[in-house]
Design a protein around this ligand. Structure first.
Ligand code: MOS
Length: 747
């Protein structure tokens, strides 16, 4: 099925009380909590693996002058020390997957320089510490702020070639110059680390056979089908000869969208030692060997008339990435679609630094773009003496302001109003006027918006003689609940209870699927399964002698008129199979498709220390049909909590002398913990998007983080009257503002 026509009535519309939408518990929950769900490093499918350890560069720029690996090679248990001197030949870099150990040049701290393989984990680690690398150091370029003069317009990203880094409409300069009310502000956001629980890990087996070589990788990977061509390129194998198996993933947040060097190194080492090789990154290596979200510097200019109608919008963003790469943080993309204004500019500029590889992290673009833009809107509302919700309502567009096409659905204003009512927004007071003991108390609001893409996906379904429906696709569940929603879709379509549906994911031997990322997973994979089930329904109905349009599927039977047939009888001893496929089509060009929401935060700021504590937070969202009330809410509040961390604490601190992240572990890199988020809730407004996909659902995985931190920042302003424009809003920055405020009050 190609999405060229809006979706009409479907079987999912028939039973609003059906399985789809129910808050079903995770079907993989029991496996996970009992430790029986094998993650990449725990798989036992490949026998007798050797253990790998990565040795990384301790400088950010320069060359290797010598590697002394003699002691490591002599150490007990060592099987191989692989360096640039003996690594097998590799192919070209593709996407963000680089060939490894390619010569003497070092361009970032953490760049792998050797890979040690030994009989045990301990031996591999001990031998890795014996590898002595000497360097000729060069001065690294490691700060975005210092290199802005070199910033250039990046190429569109390979993953979305149609999206240009710059856009403009009308005459921004003229309109901004004439605007009676103006905001011109710069916000900065720091580097951030995904900090997912499961580290990157791979067990690789290089296989040689009569038809040539192949490799099997048990590897934590959000998008295994996307991973095949780049790994194939580097390993000099056809993509279909790279099999990636990833049934369970312990989080990713984007860091596992593509293969990280450990997969390549394990594959190459397995080729050399002729047995499986397993390796996981250490938590410290996660900061440098894997990807991160880069720093951004963002300038937002808003021009409005006295009534708060925007006449001019400009959002410019600078970010950095590794030498030889072109990934940029697309902070201003969301600004193209969010509010009406006739004159507008968005612009992205990039700098290459001696830093590890920057890449996607949950809601790449929006997550930090809205940290800046949604605060600038708050600043404008303040200047106009207008409620920030009212400002947004006055600038609600009737169509996508840059694409000039209608929205498929858009309930941003409804989210703002419904959220405001439930949160008690009418109790918000003037900035700096509410006090609760030592706490200055304030409320903030922000809009949330995230694009809703559909990616090609396919699925197979098979109804067996046992009456069990087996679903297969190379989809992944990175912890979001994919197994569960696919169980619900399969169960409802075929009329089976959840325990009669078995979903098998995470293997490139299964039908190709989108994988998990970009909030496209549930809609894309779920739609492929929907189509497969629709095809299976046709076959089953016909076999039962029914007209498929009249057939009803429920309780393991298909019925029409007053006749019912048990599905397992129809399946016979052979079982019945069907395939399904979904592809994006014309509708994504004809309609702007986004999910929306509104965040409300209340904070307390300690009047003496500047410490900020979140007191409560509420999100109101729309995401088309909600496939599972519990997993959807979990995605929403998880994203919001992530946003609280971005606002208040997450900060990968760069040492400008050595160009590395100083605080490279989870003791020093602070993510929110339970005590930081006392009360967070989220709810959804009903919505069906018949332009999005046959499920009429929209993406949710990243919506919750979009704008969440801005609502916290705006609440800090409302509590204190202090505007901080440099994230995270740690107490030192707040305290400085409080002290300056005191000084001003005294004079
Ligand atoms: Mo997401 S950053 O596309 O996993």
């Amino acid at each position: 099925m190609e999405m060229n026509q809006p979706i009409g009535h479907t079987p999912l519309d028939d039973r609003p009380d059906g399985l789809v939408g129910k808050p079903l518990d995770r079907v993989d929950g029991p496996l996970k909590v009992t430790g029986r769900a094998p993650y990449a490093y725990e798989s036992r499918a490949l026998k007798d693996p050797a253990y790998g350890a990565i040795v990384t560069a301790t400088i950010a720029a320069g060359t290797i002058s010598a590697i002394d690996a003699d002691a490591a090679r002599r150490a007990p248990g060592t099987i191989l020390v692989m360096t640039h001197e003996n690594v097998p030949e590799q192919g070209e870099k593709k996407e963000q997957v680089w060939p490894q150990l390619q010569g003497r040049e070092i361009t970032f701290y953490g760049q792998p320089v050797a890979f040690v393989v030994a009989e045990t984990f301990e031996q591999a680690r001990a031998a890795a510490m014996l590898v002595k690398v000497r360097y000729d150091r060069a001065k690294p370029k490691g700060l975005l702020r210092d290199s802005l003069a070199e910033a250039y317009e990046p190429k569109p990203m390979v993953t979305s070639p149609g999206v240009k880094p710059d856009s403009s409409l009308g005459d921004f300069d003229g309109a901004f110059a004439q605007a009676p009310v103006k905001i011109d502000v710069e916000y900065t956001t720091p580097s951030q680390i995904h900090a997912q629980m499961e580290p990157h890990a791979t067990i690789a087996e290089w296989q040689t056979g009569p038809d040539g070589d192949a490799v099997v990788l048990y590897s934590a990977n959000q998008m295994p089908n996307r991973g095949q061509p780049p790994l194939g390129s580097v390993l000099k194998l056809p993509p279909e000869r790279v099999r990636i198996v990833t049934p369970y993933i312990g989080g990713g947040f984007g860091s596992k969208l593509q293969a990280v060097p450990e997969a390549t190194l394990a594959a190459l080492a397995s080729k050399m030692v002729k047995r499986p090789v397993k390796v996981a990154l250490t938590r410290q290596q996660e900061f440098h060997v894997a990807t991160h979200r880069t720093d951004t510097i963002q300038r937002v200019r808003l021009g409005a008339d006295q009534d708060g109608k925007l006449t001019a919008i400009s959002h410019e963003s600078w970010s950095d990435t590794a030498i030889g790469d072109g990934f940029y943080e697309s902070s201003a993309n969301v600004t193209r679609s969010l509010y009406a204004a006739p004159n507008r500019i968005t612009r992205h500029r990039l700098v290459n630094l001696n830093m590890p590889i920057a890449s996607s992290m949950r809601a790449p673009g929006e997550a930090v773009g809205q940290l800046a833009f949604e605060c600038a809107m708050d600043e404008l509302a303040e200047r106009l003496n207008l409620d920030p919700i009212e400002l947004r309502i006055r600038n609600e567009p009737t169509e996508d302001p840059e694409k000039r096409i209608p929205y498929s659905t858009r309930r941003l204003v409804d989210c703002l109003k419904a959220g405001a009512e439930r949160f008690g927004w009418d109790r918000r007071a003037k900035p700096g006027t509410t006090r609760d003991g030592q706490w200055l108390v304030g409320m903030g609001v922000s809009a949330a918006s995230r694009q809703n893409p559909l990616k090609p996906s396919s699925a197979s379904v098979r109804l067996g003689s046992d009456g069990v429906l087996v679903v297969r696709m190379a989809m992944t569940d990175l912890g979001t609940g994919t197994y569960t929603i696919l169980t619900q879709i399969g169960g409802e379509m075929i009329g089976l209870p959840p325990e009669k549906v078995r979903v098998e994911l995470g293997d490139t031997n299964f039908p190709k699927a989108s994988g998990s990322g970009g909030s496209f997973g549930a809609g894309s994979a779920g739609s492929a399964l929907y189509v497969a089930c629709d095809n299976l329904r046709d076959t089953l109905a016909t076999k039962a002698g029914f007209n498929s349009a009249d057939a009803t599927f429920a309780n393991g039977t298909v019925s029409a008129g007053n006749r019912s047939v048990a599905l397992k009888d129809l399946a016979g001893s052979e079982g019945i199979e069907a395939m399904g496929e979904i592809k994006p089509g014309e509708l994504e060009k004809k309609f702007a498709q986004y999910s929306y929401g509104a965040h409300f935060a209340e904070v307390g700021v300690d009047a003496d220390t500047g410490e900020v504590r979140l007191r409560r937070m509420l999100g109101c969202f729309t995401g088309g049909r909600i496939l599972n009330a519990k997993t959807a809410r979990s995605q929403a509040i998880g994203g919001m909590i992530f946003g609280v961390g971005a606002a208040l604490m997450e900060d990968a601190v760069i040492d400008p002398r050595h160009s590395y992240f100083v605080n490279h572990d989870l003791a020093e890199y602070h993510v929110v913990a339970h005590a930081d988020v006392p009360s967070v809730d989220a709810f959804f407004l009903p919505e069906l998007d018949d332009k999005a996909n046959p499920l009429k659902s929209k993406g949710l995985g990243e919506l919750g983080i979009c704008g969440a931190g801005a609502s916290v920042a705006n609440a800090i302003y409302n509590a204190t009257g202090i505007r901080i424009r440099d994230y995270p809003m740690t107490l030192d920055k707040v305290l400085k503002g409080l002290e300056q405020g005191d000084t001003q009050r005294r004079t």
